[in-house]
Design a protein around this ligand. Structure first.
Ligand SMILES: NC(=O)c1ccc[n+]([C@@H]2O[C@H](COP(=O)([O-])OP(=O)(O)OC[C@H]3O[C@@H](n4cnc5c(N)ncnc54)[C@H](OP(=O)(O)O)[C@@H]3O)[C@@H](O)[C@H]2O)c1
Length: 214
């Protein structure tokens, strides 16, 4: 499958490398075509990896991942082009964190709105699925490194898009993908970051996750 990743940070490159390893063709996108991190990643990741602008990454892709800074995600997708995201599954892993007043961060949007919803509203023809934002990127693509099975979440308005994303997540090694409902559930998984950051401090590693015990 052709997959476009918006974002050249640790999340975009980690997910990109995993997708290439699984046999997909991946283009990483950034603001500038000559972005150093994108070029370095593509040079290392192999023949099925390339890089370019946000628009290049989105144009040919069947599925897109938003791995940009949460405060800039809508701008990044605008740069990718509304026509290039139309009708496509857009996996939103971003968190709307504001570090401008130091640690711990606050949320740029919360309570009765979320970044996932803002993206869906700004790009109504994209099929936005919020996923993977509740774990560190190394766990996103390798949940098996944890000592037990844990849960990951999806939410979004399109059932087929969520099923497609769940299949990708199973390919990453996730055994339990919990569907939380429509895109308004992004309010919960984004606000969970406030707890996640405190838990990271308490357990002393970003490599952990939660499990729902009934
Ligand atoms: N770190 C984790 O393990 C983790 C876990 C869960 C969720 N997340 C979320 O995943 C996302 C990516 O995290 P990250 O640490 O890999 O990267 P990041 O540093 O948060 O974001 C990097 C990307 O954002 C783009 N960007 C920054 N400012 C922009 C602007 N003004 N307009 C358009 N694009 C802009 C950059 O574009 P250029 O390429 O052009 O520089 C770059 O591609 C974040 O939302 C983060 O909260 C992270």
């Amino acid at each position: 499958m052709k997959i476009g990743i918006l974002g050249t940070g640790m999340v975009g490159t980690t997910i990109g490398s995993k997708l290439v390893a699984l046999g997909h063709h991946v283009t990483l996108g950034s603001r500038e075509a000559g972005n150093e991190k994108g070029a370095a990643w593509a040079a290392k990741a192999g023949a099925n990896a390339s890089h370019g602008t946000f628009a290049t990454a989105a144009a040919e892709a069947e599925v897109l991942f938003n791995c940009t800074n949460g405060g800039s995600s809508v701008a990044a997708i605008e740069a990718a082009g509304a026509a290039n995201v139309r009708g496509k599954v857009l996996v939103d892993v971003a968190n709307p964190l504001d570090f401008s007043r130091g640690m711990p961060p606050t949320l740029l949007v919360a309570n009765n709105d979320s970044l996932g919803e803002r993206i869906q509203k700004a790009f109504p023809e994209a099929k936005v699925v919020k996923a993977l934002n509740t774990v560190n990127c190394e766990i996103m693509v390798n949940p098996g490194r944890l000592s037990g099975d844990t849960d990951t979440f999806v939410c979004g308005n399109d059932a087929d898009a969520k099923a497609r994303v769940a299949e990708i997540l199973r390919g990453f090694g996730w055994k339990s993908v919990v569907d939380l409902g429509d895109i308004t559930a992004a309010r919960g998984v984004e606000a969970y970051l406030l707890l996640w950051i405190r838990m990271m401090g308490a357990v002393g590693t970003p490599h952990f996750n939660v499990k729902i015990v009934r």
